[in-house]
Design a protein around this ligand. Structure first.
Ligand code: 7TS
Length: 417
């Protein structure tokens, strides 16, 4: 995707896209909603809402078991979502798409099943300083259980993981390398292909936390070359409570189950249980059927959009927002990587982020305030929290202007004017 092509942003029909998202017409405290909290969760377009509604209204049924019309229809819709997602991620095989609750569960699955079965005392797991807690804590737990050691690649002042520092921390002791495709707190895009190649040269297995990438770009797991890729449906315009773990068949086949229960077995006796084939071996219990179907609808929706136009539009908004925010006196942008997406984290001199949030909310501006589940990132910059405006393709320059105006109001209030 090339954001520098000749004005593709002009071809991206923002008003038509906005019309697909009914929530964008809501009023908040009597003001139009300015939704800039997309990194936390994105809004849902009509086709996703319709898919959920239709499932519950017309064919709600459990899957993979009932031999009746509704069960067959639900099973087919759920499995067709799996096929769509496999195609969307360019996964070699649809049985490599494991439905989970989201990125957090996907990473926990790998940390619990894969990591604890391969790690030995003295082995190393390598992560980076910009990870979300979901890509830190599961590895700490796995290391505690196995005696392996967690290593962390630092970030520079701009919030980038430098490739030579990354490579320098790899060794024959490194067995697993886990890093974000895109940082949720800083917006930094990691060079995932390069990092994957480096990790593979050291003989490690690579898992990528793609929670923040899937909403902004087309992800091709084969082009990246990683071994596992985790994502959340709710950040890519799909429902909450559903996500994906993609993994290589050769690894998934060897991994022990993550949870035991229904659907993940072929036969059960008290003496011995035979586990089911992929992907069901990792999908114990009744899944989030509506969620899976809704995520398929989200993928269809994204597939039909002009990906180049979206990239260019978001690139334009990021540049515009960076320019506008930089002009505010006392504003410090946290995360200024050369290669970043539309996440703008910042502090305002003399005003605690938690004091800003209610004023912004009152103006209808929804942003996230806090450590963004990335406390080590906050520690790196010696700040307790930031305000984070995170942009999706349905945002506009007017949304940025509203944020800037609301921040001016914050400053006026706190300077006593
Ligand atoms: N990894 C990254 C990079 C994330 O941004 C998040 C969620 C997760 C993992 C966990 O995803 P979940 O869907 O399993 O919860 N990030 C955020 C955020 O930035 N604000 O709220 C949730």
């Amino acid at each position: 995707m090339n954001p520098t092509a000749t004005h593709p942003a002009a071809q991206f029909d923002i008003q038509r896209v906005r019309a697909d998202f009914p929530i964008l017409n809501e009023l908040v405290h009597g003001k139009p909603l300015i939704y800039l909290d997309n990194a936390a969760t994105s809004q849902k377009p009509n086709p996703v809402i319709k898919a959920l509604d239709e499932y519950y209204r017309r064919y709600n049924s459990n899957i993979h078991r009932g031999v009746h019309a509704l069960a067959e229809r639900a099973t087919e819709a759920y499995e067709s979502s799996r096929r769509k997602i496999a195609r969307y991620l360019n996964a070699p095989n649809q049985h490599e798409i494991i439905f989970t609750r989201g990125t957090t569960e996907s990473i926990n699955l790998v940390a619990s099943s894969y990591a604890t079965s391969v790690l030995k005392p003295g082995d190393e797991v390598l992560i980076t300083w910009l990870e979300h807690h979901s890509n830190i804590v599961p590895w700490q737990i796995a290391c505690e259980k196995t005696g392996a050691v967690l290593k962390v690649v630092p970030i520079n002042e701009r919030g980038e993981v430098e490739p030579d520092q990354f490579e320098a921390m790899l060794s024959e002791r490194t067995k697993i390398v886990a890093f974000a495709h895109i940082s949720n707190a800083l917006g930094t895009i990691n060079p995932v292909r390069e990092f994957t190649e480096m990790a593979h040269r050291a003989g490690a297995v690579v898992i990528i936390d793609g929670a923040q990438a899937a909403p902004h770009m087309r992800v091709d797991v084969q082009a990246i070359g990683c071994d596992f890729y985790a994502l959340s449906g709710h950040k890519m315009f799909g429902p909450t409570g559903i996500g994906v773990l993609w993994g290589r068949t050769s690894l998934l086949d060897k991994m022990p189950p993550y949870q035991g229960g229904g659907d993940m077995i072929q036969s059960v006796t008290f003496e011995k249980t035979v586990y089911n084939d992929l992907p069901y071996k990792f999908e114990a219990g009744t899944p989030h059927i509506a969620g899976g179907i809704g995520l398929g609808a989200a993928v269809d929706y994204l597939d039909a959009l002009d990906a180049e136009g979206i990239m260019a539009h978001e690139h334009d908004l990021t540049r515009y927002a960076t320019e506008q925010l930089s002009q505010i006196e006392g504003l410090r942008l946290i995360g200024t990587a050369a290669n970043k997406v539309s996440v703008l984290s910042f502090t305002l001199e003399g005003i605690h982020p938690y004091d800003m949030a209610p004023v912004l909310d009152h103006e209808g501006v929804a942003v996230r305030t806090g450590h963004h589940c990335a406390q080590p990132v906050m520690d790196r910059y010696q700040i307790p929290a930031t305000v984070r405006a995170s942009i999706a393709f349905y945002n506009t320059r007017q949304d940025i202007d509203a944020l800037v105006a609301a921040l001016a109001k914050v400053q006026r209030m706190f300077s006593g004017l």
